[in-house]
Design a protein around this ligand. Structure first.
Ligand code: PEP
Ligand code: MN
Length: 346
């Protein structure tokens, strides 16, 4: 159930509603938007008549939520959520935010070159996996802690924010000092214990859609994180598995307007995993922005042919910089801002 308070509702009025909701057995999540306070009741309350809440002073509207996700639904924050990061960067506002870098952190030289290249082109985040979920146990599994240390060092040197994948609960504490955003990979979208723990931290989480997940399942996974009180969740469409084999996955661009309709959470697109092919990444990146996404996650490698993972889908730095120029034409056409290239000395 969602209780939308009136614009001028007082703290006492809000408190009275919260107390009644708790009495009935709800867990109450409160969000204060620009206009009004919204109270979302989740859990399994005892019998009650939701109409009774309309009689409380200061209440504007009471909505019974029939969808299985309550906090991830649009009704919780009708105006949309903006996830704030250090350095004044935010995802979900007017600006299209680009996160770019190699699939994996491989070496100091590699990550420092990649950082300088993506920063110069206008990326705000450096991506790079230190823990890698690989289909084969014999493939490179990531540099682990040494990779995280390099990410933090290069983040501090360049001012880029750092996003990196967390694969299991035991890595959360370890990663906290090194990263600005956790990435939950497609394979872990339904690792519910991991999601619950991420609900308890106060650092943003980018949650990727699983390879066979419906959008409702994606939103339910987000709900696990939100229900722990961590509202800083960004969704990511990264392609799903279909009967088509030409591309590695099928980039579901329609997920973007669907999520925008169903949820207040920001959504970004990952055309690198969405296509698996460097020659198709720019087209899908452009389409993602045109469809209304809040940002992009793109693999860029200083020398893709030598990459230890996902080289075939990693852009050359010049390709990435050209793509950013193209996005600077598309973004304003769909009412969005995007950063300009910057002079870099690392
Ligand atoms: C990645 O971002 O490198 C990655 C492993 O992505 P996904 O979880 O989408 O496969
Ligand atoms: Mn990858």
């Amino acid at each position: 159930m969602i209780v939308a308070m009136q614009e001028r509702a007082t703290e006492e009025q809000i408190q009275a509603v919260v107390e009644r909701m708790v009495e009935i057995g709800f867990n109450v999540h409160k969000t204060t938007g620009t206009l009004q306070t919204i109270l979302a009741g989740v859990g399994t309350p005892g019998a009650f008549n939701h109409k009774d809440f309309e009689l409380f002073a200061g209440v504007a509207e009471v909505i019974r939520i029939s969808s299985p996700y309550k906090l991830a639904g649009r009704g919780f924050r009708p105006e949309g959520s903006i996830v704030q990061f250090p350095n004044g960067v935010s995802v979900g506002g007017d600006e299209i935010v680009v996160m770019a870098g190699p699939c994996s952190v491989e070496s100091r030289d590699q990550i420092f070159s990649a950082a300088a290249q993506v920063k110069a082109a206008g990326a705000k985040f450096l991506r790079g996996g230190a823990f890698k979920p690989r289909s084969s146990p014999y493939s490179f599994q990531g540099m682990g802690l040494a990779g995280l240390e390099l990410l933090r060092e290069v983040g501090d040197a360049t001012g880029l924010l750092i996003i990196s994948e967390v694969m299991e609960i035991s890595q959360i504490e370890l990663m906290l000092p090194y990263i600005d955003c956790f990435q939950v990979g497609a394979r872990n979208m339904q690792n519910f214990n991991l999601l619950r723990e991420l609900g308890l931290v106060r650092k943003p989480v980018l949650l990727k859609r699983g390879i066979a997940a419906t959008l409702e399942e994606l939103l339910l996974s987000a709900e696990y994180i939100l229900s722990g009180g961590n509202y800083d969740v960004i969704l990511c469409e990264r392609g799903i598995r279909t009967f088509e084999t030409y591309t590695r996955n099928t980039m579901d661009i329609s997920a973007i307007p669907v999520i925008k309709k169903l949820s207040h959470l920001p959504i970004v697109g990952d055309p690198s995993h969405g296509t698996g092919r460097r020659d198709m990444v720019p087209q899908m990146a452009r389409a993602t922005v045109a469809a209304g996404a809040d940002g992009l996650l793109i693999e860029v490698h200083p020398n893709p042919d030598k990459a230890v993972s996902d080289g075939a889908q990693s852009l050359f730095p010049e390709q990435f910089s050209k793509l950013m120029d193209e996005l600077r034409i598309i973004a304003p056409a769909v009412g969005r801002d995007i950063s300009q290239p910057v002079a870099v000395s690392v």
